[in-house]
Write a protein that binds this ligand. Structure first.
Ligand code: 2P0
Length: 325
């Protein structure tokens, strides 16, 4: 009863920001992402009758505390689904550069864990079923089941059966690149989980955010389909700014941005004035991701590396969905 799976992280172009059900992880809005080939997690799961507890090693180091609890709670879902309540698991994960590149590892981490553990315990799940299950580990992870451009349909049901990702276009559809710009000062004061909760509960701008999502989604899907880079990039950049604006309206107010975050944003806008099409997006932290086309790779990388306060720039192409090793 053993399986190994590999899953890649994803970057949201239309952000997931808020839950309507925290236990089932049901979102208040649909979102859309690009899976990236550069950053991934490989996870092996073995269930054995002789194991008395779950264990979790990440990059050869035993994990305890909150991170371990989230893995165990997720394994409980599988034990319930498969009717094998007494089986415990040995989980071994390797993260490929996500910390250095400033990506949260929860998306690739839970996607790889869901794929490996469901197979190890003997469940045969379709991609849609796997995405629905993965969602209950971490919301953004449900998008990493698929490669390329992916939409997480929020669904309307209270049991979450219609809340899962679907493929919009495979990685081969369009070679859009992403530069992950990591800043020297990256401490994160508000987790994404806590940040979205506070925003949903207290920000008067939150309803405006929700109202704008259906148009953003419709327009970005048309732009991706037409491979219209300026349209795709400008919708993604504006959507990111709207998400971050909701945090300024929260009580107490907060922002994920640092001074260098703003400097990188301005640099990207300057690149555009100088004829290099590039657009930024930012998640629940100070680092910046920059979208660009392959022909501008050298210029984009050079310009971003020059910004004072930038620690590293890592480049990535569109990547595949979950695979089994
Ligand atoms: C996203 N983020 O769409 C958005 C944009 C951060 C900003 O998904 O509570 O780690 O595990 O469902 O998925 C980060 O939130 O949160 C996130 P949980 P998750 O990528």
């Amino acid at each position: 009863m053993k399986a190994t799976a590999k899953a890649h992280t994803n970057i949201a172009l239309i952000k997931y920001w808020g839950k309507r059900n925290e236990r089932l992880i049901l979102p208040t809005n649909s979102s859309l992402s690009l899976t990236l080939d550069g950053f991934y997690t490989t996870t092996s799961v073995a269930f054995h009758e002789e194991f008395l507890v779950d264990s979790f090693m990440l990059n050869d180091v035993p994990v305890t505390g909150e991170a371990f609890n989230r893995v165990t709670l997720f394994l409980d879902l599988l034990r319930n689904l498969s009717g094998k309540a007494n089986l415990f698991a040995e989980v071994k994960s390797t993260n490929e550069v996500p910390t250095a590149a400033g990506f949260a590892s929860s998306a690739s981490g839970f996607a790889a864990l869901a794929a490996a553990s469901s197979r190890a315990i003997g469940l045969e799940l379709s991609d849609e079923e796997l995405s629905r299950l993965t969602r209950q580990g971490s919301g953004s992870a449900c998008r990493s089941i698929y490669g390329g451009f992916v939409e997480w349909e929020m669904g309307t049901r209270s049991d979450g059966l219609d809340s899962h990702a679907i493929s919009v276009a495979p990685a081969s559809h369009w070679d859009v690149r992403v530069a992950a710009v990591v800043l020297s000062a990256t401490e994160k004061k508000v987790s994404s989980r806590a940040g979205m909760k506070r925003t949903v509960e207290t920000s008067p701008f939150y309803q405006g955010w929700l109202d704008s999502i259906p148009t953003d989604l419709r327009e970005i899907k048309a732009a991706i389909n037409a491979k219209d880079f300026e349209k795709t990039g400008s919708i993604a950049e504006a959507n990111c700014l709207k998400m971050h604006a909701t945090t300024l309206g929260a009580n107490p107010p907060f922002t994920y941005w640092h001074d260098t975050t703003l400097r990188v944003m301005q640099t990207v806008q300057e690149m555009r004035s100088n004829g290099i099409p590039a657009y930024f997006t930012i998640d629940a932290g100070p680092n910046v991701k920059v979208l660009y086309l392959p022909e501008n790779e050298e210029r984009v990388k050079e310009r971003l590396q020059e910004v004072p306060g930038v620690n590293s720039v890592t480049l990535s192409k569109p990547g595949p969905g979950v695979t089994y090793l």
